[in-house]
Design a protein around this ligand. Structure first.
Ligand code: G3P
Ligand code: CA
Length: 244
């Protein structure tokens, strides 16, 4: 089985994370999947960003949840990374779904509900996917497993992945109880006997965040279902070189 390569927050190594240029680059290099993170604005719009605050990846300050979408759109989300990306804006999930209209890979939407609960975000995200890309394969992940259960209640056939730092004891029981098909495991936890155990119970294992060639190689050799990486082009090239 070929280990899939998911671009973490887009092609984060050479573009500002979670922006349209980062997703464009992830598609250009042939990523099997794209991972992104979502939050809710003050006016209940779903926006794509990693942190709860805009300080690190824009020229603004403060919590996403205190801004309306119009106000957030005034900030520059590209210059912090490179002047080349000046004028890049924080995308909404709608914009991303429209932007990747022809993309045939997997979209991994991480609900960033582990610090802010964002009431109603699950149904809003599902409604947007149903409206703009109903046939796109989407994996919904979160560190907040109750959030995933809420999403499952809205969309019973949703493909869920539990985000975890640590290995659990007999993790297949808990994974199945939540109704998830996969675990997205912190890389040191994924590179253990847990992976094969989960896979033998029909649960997929995707490791994050795998950036070192040695670890990519190990993940490929172990037959992990996917790696989530900031370096999708390098990972794809390494995977290709193994098949020669
Ligand atoms: O989905 C894997 C990874 O994105 C989880 O961690 O902090 O990069 O969102 P983080
Ligand atoms: Ca993430």
């Amino acid at each position: 089985m070929k280990t899939a390569v998911y671009a973490h927050r887009g092609s984060k190594c050479n573009c500002p994370e979670n922006t349209l240029p980062a997703f464009e680059e992830a598609i250009r290099v042939g990523s099997d999947g794209i991972e992104l993170d979502v939050h809710l604005t003050k006016d209940q719009q779903v926006v794509v960003m990693h942190d709860e605050k805009i300080d690190r990846t824009t020229n603004g300050k403060g919590q996403i949840k205190t801004y309306t979408l119009d106000a957030l759109k005034k900030f520059d989300a590209g210059s912090w990374f490179s002047p080349k990306f000046k004028g890049t804006r924080i995308p909404t999930l709608t914009q991303v779904l429209e932007f990747i209209a022809d993309y045939q890979g997997v979209l991994n939407i991480e609900l960033k509900t582990d610090r802010n609960v964002y009431p109603g975000i699950e149904s809003r995200v599902v409604a947007l996917v149903n409206r703009y890309r109903p046939n796109l394969p989407v994996v919904y992940s979160s560190f907040n497993h109750e959030s995933l259960m809420r999403l499952k209640a809205v969309k019973p056939n949703a493909d869920l992945a539990l985000l975890l730092w640590e290995r659990l004891a007999e993790p297949w029981h808990y994974t199945k109880q939540i109704g998830a098909s996969a675990q997205h495991l912190w890389q040191p936890s994924a590179l253990s006997e847990t992976a094969a155990q989960l896979q033998s119970h029909g649960i997929k294992v995707r490791a994050w965040t795998v950036n070192k060639p040695r670890i990519m190689q190990q993940a490929f050799e172990m037959g992990l279902d996917a790696i989530i990486t900031d370096q999708p082009e390098a990972a794809l090239s390494l995977r290709k070189s193994r098949c020669k």
